[in-house]
Design a protein around this ligand. Structure first.
Ligand SMILES: NC(=O)C1=CN([C@@H]2O[C@H](COP(=O)(O)OP(=O)(O)OC[C@H]3O[C@@H](n4cnc5c(N)ncnc54)[C@H](OP(=O)(O)O)[C@@H]3O)[C@@H](O)[C@H]2O)C=CC1
Ligand SMILES: CC(=O)N[C@@H](CCC(=O)OP(=O)(O)O)C(=O)O
Length: 356
């Protein structure tokens, strides 16, 4: 029997990417898509890409059909998820939340970075963090609880934290980081990362032919990256906006301790990364000397990682590319849902980008 799913916030950029992927998912049946702005309109009239393939129409965010789903994907801004999650879980619906509301495990950290009270901090103890390649055991535990009849909350990792953590984690986990050193992250996102509503930074005339840093030393993804890597107050994160629709590239500079820096070769680093991601279908560690580009992952759920070693400066430089809307948002949420529902994590997810 098909698993009934709904998307709240389906007319937004992450939401419509969920819709694109869920329509062709072999095990999930998309039964509800919500948008207050577009309520009553057909999906195809708002997004003509769906003409002839889907008869669904948008209903409002409070449509009761949402609570009849087996799982709901929340593609809504932070704080909107806080308002929706407790009611969905109480109705027995599993929730895959793309917002940041349940990502940070300490509510005080959330309140500091998001400048808003956390209204259901008790759920933070039991929620699962949705980054399958790093928190596989947590997701497997959620799958067991789900099979026993428990509604599950998965807080899917953010886009910059996904690319950055997948790039940094194998080195940090190997103990290569110099004691007390700071990890420096410079990342670039396409404009869909900022959502559907244009603002002074993202409207065409500002974003086209322009690259700029923003949120410098104060971006809300800093504590999320620190939490995943286990490095509180030791990440400097600088995001940039680039004139791309889709794509996110994160370059991570990891200062190495003396001993790994002396002993490591680039081939050994590549081998360590490949061992770490063995059996993980979406992460590809490139050969030594190759660096990823956003066009190699756009439209897919892949993350490509390139590695370089500067032995004199004792620095490992990692570059990690994802599609912000897919592996950075919708694809990752579906990957998590696949695991929670006991399916192969690849179900319904594109492995390969458009090559040109
Ligand atoms: N864009 C990206 O690359 C990524 C986005 N995310 C996260 O996904 C979420 C959605 O982002 P994105 O698609 O970019 O944003 P958009 O602005 O494109 O879309 C937001 C959607 O949320 C809906 N919405 C707004 N307010 C509420 C509310 N109070 N209750 C319910 N729904 C509401 C809107 O509905 P309506 O149609 O009525 O306006 C709209 O459909 C955010 O939390 C974002 O941080 C995560 C990773 C990457
Ligand atoms: C380009 C751009 O503006 N990107 C957004 C991050 C993308 C996003 O939606 O953030 P989450 O992954 O936390 O949900 C930003 O910097 O706030």
């Amino acid at each position: 029997m098909a698993i009934k799913v709904g998307v709240v916030g389906a007319a937004g950029y992450a939401g419509v990417e969920l819709v694109r992927l869920l329509i062709s998912h072999p095990d999930f049946e998309l039964t509800a898509i919500t948008s207050n702005a577009d309520a009553g309109q057909s999906l195809a009239s708002v997004y003509p890409a769906f003409a002839g393939v889907c008869d669904l129409a948008f209903t409002t965010h409070d449509d009761p059909i949402i609570k009849t789903c087996d799982a709901v994907f929340l593609a809504v801004p932070h704080t909107a998820a806080l308002a929706a999650v407790p009611g969905l879980l109480a109705a027995g619906v599993s929730v895959f939340d793309l917002s940041a509301d349940y990502r940070l495990s300490d509510p005080a950290v959330y309140e500091k970075w998001y400048a808003t009270p956390h209204t259901s901090p008790e759920l933070l103890a039991t929620r699962t963090f949705g980054l399958p390649e790093i928190f596989a055991e947590d997701l497997a535990g959620a799958a067991v609880r789900h099979a026993a009849g428990e509604a599950t909350l998965v807080a899917c990792a953010g886009c910059y934290p996904t690319a950055t953590s997948l790039g940094a984690y194998p080195a940090i986990d190997a103990g290569w980081l110099d004691d007390g050193a700071v990890v420096i992250v410079d990342a670039i996102s396409g404009v869909t990362g900022a959502g559907k509503s244009a603002n002074a930074r993202t409207h065409y005339c500002s974003a086209d032919e322009c690259v700029e840093a923003y949120g410098v030393c104060k971006h809300r993804h800093t504590p999320e990256i620190e939490q995943i890597l286990g490095l509180p107050d030791h990440v400097v994160f600088t995001p940039h906006l680039a004139p791309l629709k889709r794509g996110l590239l994160s370059t991570i500079n990891i200062p190495l301790a003396e001993i790994p820096a002396q002993e490591l070769t680039l081939d050994m680093v590549v081998e360590r990364y490949r061992e770490f991601y063995e059996g993980r279908p979406f992460v590809r560690v490139l050969d030594a000397g190759q660096m990823p580009k956003t066009s190699s992952v756009a439209g897919s759920n892949a993350c490509q990682i390139g590695l370089a070693l500067n032995k004199t400066a004792r620095m490992l430089v990692v570059t990690s590319a994802i599609d912000n809307l897919c592996k950075g948002a919708a694809g990752q949420a579906i990957q998590c849902a696949n695991v929670v529902f006991g399916l192969d994590e690849r179900r319904g997810l594109p492995l390969i980008a458009m090559p040109v």
